[in-house]
Design a protein around this ligand. Structure first.
Ligand code: FE2
Ligand code: FE2
Length: 410
């Protein structure tokens, strides 16, 4: 156990006695609050009316608007062709195995993301626009993405257990799960203690708050890596199968919608990171500077882990015309460099300068997002276009587009 955490817990519990009143107003404080004066993540929590007409950070709310505009329902994507192709053997056993490996890992990612954003950041913010943003983010991960994998498991696999059982016995997956959850879990311990001190009105020691802020930043870097790098070798490999054989249109489209959402989440994390880096009054600027070496290390190590994952994906050989393990790895390196560039950091892989998968823009949809990788959603919605895409019609313009004004893809 982290000794600072333990010492702070003992200190906090020592301050709580039978006469302690506690706050009793953490969910709604009945008093006038000017949220324009509140920090995103402050020393204390002040929450009451949710209002979105007057906000400290309208660009955070613009991201929420974009998330909502991209609402979709997994069951509306047809998986019939995929099912037939799985059953008739049109998909080779090695391609099927690759798809299974990819979805297993995505199941892990979104199970984690379905709860982490709101439990971590939603519990410690005072700003209505940030609270709403985290709530919406968790909703998309847990209620839409996670359910989409169950949809695939039910409709394409003869036995859904094939996707859900046994993941914790795959050494490389367990290794990556530990690596991804570590920063989240470490920060979550601090969130719990922060809330305990809030509940009982215990003043938080400065050294605790310093470490709290550091762990918060590290967890945000961690999630940026997850949203921005770790999904991509799997996405690209499944799309490569679709691109060359046309046998998995439904799974491929599901992943396109997930990827589009991940791009919006990528944008939101970058927004928070930039606010915390640049707005001195938020109290993070100094710690941000201190954690930069760790930021660089985390991105590179994550990409290297994804190289390892890619080797596992291609173990035993997978036959995909014009696509292989080396291309997938180079794409991961390319994506990693792009994510670092957005944060003003030098490339982790300076030799990789261009996108090795020329056709990927058809699949990576963000509509106004990644200008190098994408074309607009109107152009990219596929021949197998489904009812799902209709949700975005009418919201892809106007203020929603401003969500991507400067951040992720500048
Ligand atoms: Fe997700
Ligand atoms: Fe996400």
């Amino acid at each position: 156990m982290d000794s600072l955490l333990l010492e702070t817990a003992k200190y906090a519990l020592g301050r709580i006695s039978s006469g302690t009143e506690g706050r009793h107003d953490l969910l709604y404080a009945i008093r006038d609050l000017d949220f324009l004066e509140e920090p995103i993540f402050g020393e204390t929590l002040e929450r009451n009316t949710q209002r979105f007409d007057r906000m400290k950070y309208p660009k955070i709310d613009a991201n929420t608007e974009r998330q909502l505009g991209y609402f979709w329902i997994p069951s509306e994507i047809s998986l019939e062709a995929d099912r037939n192709n799985f059953q008739s053997g049109k998909i080779s056993p090695s391609q099927k195995e690759l798809i299974t490996k990819v979805i297993r890992k995505l199941i892990f990612f979104d199970s984690l993301q379905g709860r982490a954003p709101f439990l971590l950041y939603g519990q410690i913010t005072s700003l209505p626009e940030a609270e709403n943003n985290f709530l919406s983010w968790s909703f998309f991960e847990g209620v839409i993405h996670s359910r989409s994998y169950t949809e695939i498991a039910r409709k394409v696999y003869p036995d859904p257990d094939e996707l859900f059982e046994g993941s914790h016995e795959i050494p490389v997956l367990v290794k990556h799960e530990k690596s991804v959850t570590k920063r989240y879990n470490e920060f979550y311990d601090y969130v719990i203690l922060y809330n305990l001190m809030e509940t009982f009105g215990v003043k938080k020691p400065p050294e605790f708050m310093k470490e709290f802020r550091k762990k918060l930043l590290l967890s945000l870097f961690n999630v940026n890596v997850l949203e921005g790098i770790r999904f991509y070798p799997g996405f690209a490999s499944v799309w490569a199968i679709q691109e060359t054989t046309g046998t998995v249109p439904g799974i491929s489209e599901t992943l396109k919608f997930i990827c589009r959402d991940e791009n919006v989440h990528l944008d939101l994390v970058v927004k928070y990171l930039k606010i915390l880096r640049d707005s001195k009054e938020e109290g993070f600027s100094e710690i941000y500077e201190e954690t930069i070496p760790e930021l660089d290390r985390m991105y590179k190590e994550a990409a290297e882990e994804e190289f390892e994952w890619t080797e596992y994906l291609f173990e035993g050989g997978v036959d995909i015309v014009g696509y292989n393990e080396d291309i997938a790895k180079e794409y991961v390196a390319y994506v990693c460099n792009r994510r670092l560039a957005v944060l003003g950091r030098p490339p982790a892989f300076p030799d990789v300068k261009s996108n090795p998968i020329p056709w990927i823009g058809k699949y990576v949809m963000s509509s106004g997002g990644d200008k190098k990788e994408n074309v607009s959603s109107a152009e990219t919605l596929p021949q197998e276009k489904s009812a799902v895409s209709d949700y975005v019609i009418g919201v892809a313009g106007g203020s929603v587009d401003e969500a991507f004004e400067e951040d992720v893809y500048e």
